[in-house]
Structures are given as C-alpha cells and as structure tokens.
Design a protein around this ligand. Structure first.
Ligand SMILES: [Fe+2]
Ligand SMILES: [Fe+2]
Length: 156
C-alpha cells in the first residue's frame, strides 16, 4: 500500500482538491463596519491579517510562515479584545461579562487549534483553519460586536 507523506516544512494540498482561497477570505472591512471608528479600524486589521493568512495557505508555501501569521493573528485579536473591553467598561456596558467570556473562549479555541497544528499539520488543516477563523471572526462581529456598537452609538 502506498504511504501518504506529509511535508513538515511546506504546505501541500490533497492532489485532487483545488484550494479555493476566495471561499475563505473575509469580505472587505466595510461589510463588517459597526460604526465605532476604533473598533472598525481593529476589525479591518484583523480582516487583513486573516486574508493574508489565507494567502499563506497557498500550495507550496512555507509552513513556518503560515504558523507565524496564525500566532500573529491571535495576538492581534487578543489586543483588540482588551481594547474593546476597555470601551465596554468605560461605557458601563451591561453585557460586558458575557462579551468578555466570549473573547476569552475565542482566544482559547484559537490557541488550542494553533497548538495542535504546531505539533502535526495535515493537508486538510489548510481548509479547516481557514474555515474556523473566518467563522470565528464573522460570527463574533455580527452577533456580539454589532450589538455593542449599537449601544455605544446610542450613548454618543
Ligand atoms: Fe468583541
Ligand atoms: Fe471586535
């Protein structure tokens, strides 16, 4: 039986599966805008970081570059969450605890994912990671941050 070989330094895709990066890219930042400039600017940075990560998942890319970008995105998200929680505290946002707990869970899940692919990267992880992060960012902005934006704008 032929043995399947996974590269440890270069990203490979399954031979018959076409990598379609456009499926995993986030839409332009204006699509995610919630109307609070400081938050929108951070979301734009996160969107760019995610899209750059998707590009780094191209066939034949350097796996260490991809790992570096993934860790960088998590760090960027962590800084954004701290800033967003500061805005919530300053405004007396009633859902601060719930929102903060969701931030903490997002970071934990992303770190777990990053750790698991640091130890073993399968070809299928390319799409799994891109899908996970896209859902992670879109879902949180639409469900939690938009609600926060409405609260902050109503108080402005
Ligand atoms: Fe948030
Ligand atoms: Fe946010």
């Amino acid at each position: 039986m032929a043995e399947t070989k996974y590269s440890t330094s270069v990203i490979e895709h399954p031979p018959l599966q076409r990598w379609e990066p456009d499926r995993y890219r986030l839409p332009c930042a204006s699509h995610l805008a919630i109307g609070v400039p400081a938050i929108d600017a951070d979301h734009e940075e996160l969107t760019d970081a995610h899209n750059a990560l998707v590009s780094a998942l191209a066939f034949g890319s350097d796996l260490s570059e991809y790992r570096r970008r993934f860790r960088g995105l998590i760090e960027r998200a962590r800084r954004h969450f701290i800033a967003e929680e500061g805005l919530m505290m300053a405004a007396g946002y009633p859902e601060l605890a719930k929102h903060r707990a969701e931030h903490a869970k997002l970071v934990r899940d992303a770190e777990d994912f990053a750790t698991s692919i640091d130890s073993r990267f399968d070809r299928d992880d390319c799409t799994a990671v891109a899908q996970f992060l896209k859902y992670w960012l879109l879902n949180h902005v639409e469900r939690c941050d938009r609600r926060l934006g409405q609260y902050l704008l109503a108080r402005a």
